[in-house]
Design a protein around this ligand. Structure first.
Ligand code: PEP
Ligand code: MN
Length: 341
């Protein structure tokens, strides 16, 4: 931490701050300029009490952290990309996987038809929501356990591993019986008890970025999972809320580039929730590959017009096939290997 004192601060007031710094178990190093004094505080900012509260002292002008708050997810901690195995598929470290399937699991025919179709076009994991975090309590909330059973049928029929969301700590054990990857949705991305509970499941976690989440907050959410003993986290950028409403959200490609630089975790992109409209999903998917994403999460429905959730953004199977053929050369150009089913 760097503490800048106001110009003309008296010696006793400087010493008062230095003493306060010591109480927080940092070592204060005074840098005396002509007009003002700066105190460099030596210590591990993650482990010690925060010095930020010293801003309330009248002689303190600013308190600035110099260290990142996350550690286990950082490239400083682990330089090489993390690679996780999900039912024989290697995620991260030069591979590119596409997770596809409907927003919500609605019935057996819709689920099985979609799973078979996305597999035939090259998706390597199947997604579908059984527990849905809907904005309105009057909207379809998902089939719950019945939906999980349908996902299992889709897995049996296609061999694709299952990605599905878990909404509450009480449901983690149940959902983990059916899922290969547990999804934490944007609305829950800073739900600390839920992050701890999914970590304990030992499953791979797909962690969406919060709707208005900062990159730091997203990485710290991943850090929570790691601190609870599970370092198998896939980050997923899904668009953030901005002033722009041409699309449902704004896909933050910068965040993908930053996350790839800052962390060793795989970073996926969900162009479906970013776009909110089917005709923008493929262009955003292409951009995601080019910026360096390690995979995509794409919503696909056999008949989006009848979908019980997110109909406007779901691709028909053929449109998904088109997306796959458009990204294939880009994935290759990025030097990545498109995942095998
Ligand atoms: C979803 O994947 O269907 C979903 C609800 O996503 P998000 O949490 O990103 O809104
Ligand atoms: Mn959705």
């Amino acid at each position: 931490m760097i503490i800048v004192l106001r110009p003309g601060t008296s010696e006793p007031d400087i010493q008062q701050v230095a003493e306060a710094v010591k109480k927080f178990r940092y070592e204060p190093r005074l840098i005396r300029g002509v007009e003002r004094t700066v105190i460099a505080c030596i210590g591990d900012e993650r482990m010690h009490h925060t010095l930020e509260s010293l801003i309330v002292l009248p002689q303190v002008e600013s308190v600035t952290p110099v260290q990142k708050k996350y550690k286990l997810v950082s490239r400083e901690y682990q330089a090489q990309d993390s690679v996780f195995d999900v039912a024989g598929r290697k995620i991260g470290g030069g591979t590119f996987h596409v997770i596809a399937g409907p927003c919500s699991v609605e019935n057996a025919a819709q689920t099985l038809q979609t799973a078979k179709a996305v597999k035939s076009y090259g998706a390597t994991l199947f997604r579908g929501g059984a527990f849905k975090p809907r904005t309105s309590p009057y909207d379809f909330q998902g089939l719950g356990q019945e939906g999980l059973e349908l996902l299992r049928q889709a897995h049996v029929a296609t061999g694709l591993p299952i990605v599905t969301e878990v909404l509450s700590p009480q449901d983690v054990d149940l959902v983990a019986e059916y899922a290969d990857i547990l999804q934490i949705g944007a609305r829950n991305s800073q739900n600390v008890p839920l992050l701890a509970a999914v970590a304990a499941s030992g499953k791979v976690i797909l962690l969406k970025r919060g709707i208005s989440g900062l990159v730091d907050e997203w990485l710290l959410a991943a850090e929570y999972v790691c601190v609870h003993g599970n370092n198998k986290v896939i980050l997923c950028e899904r668009g953030i809320r901005t002033f722009e409403h041409a699309c449902r959200n704004t896909l933050d490609l910068s965040a993908v580039a930053v996350a790839k630089k800052e962390t060793h975790l795989p970073v996926f992109v969900d162009p479906s929730h970013a776009a909110g409209r089917f005709d923008m999903v493929t262009p955003l998917a292409r951009a995601a590959v080019a910026v360096g994403a390690d995979g995509l999460l794409v919503e696909v429905h056999p008949d989006p017009a009848t979908a019980l959730s997110d109909g406007g953004q779901q691709l028909k199977p053929k449109q998904f096939g088109q997306l796959m053929s458009e990204i294939r050369p880009l994935v290759e150009a990025m030097g990545k290997q498109l995942g095998m089913a």
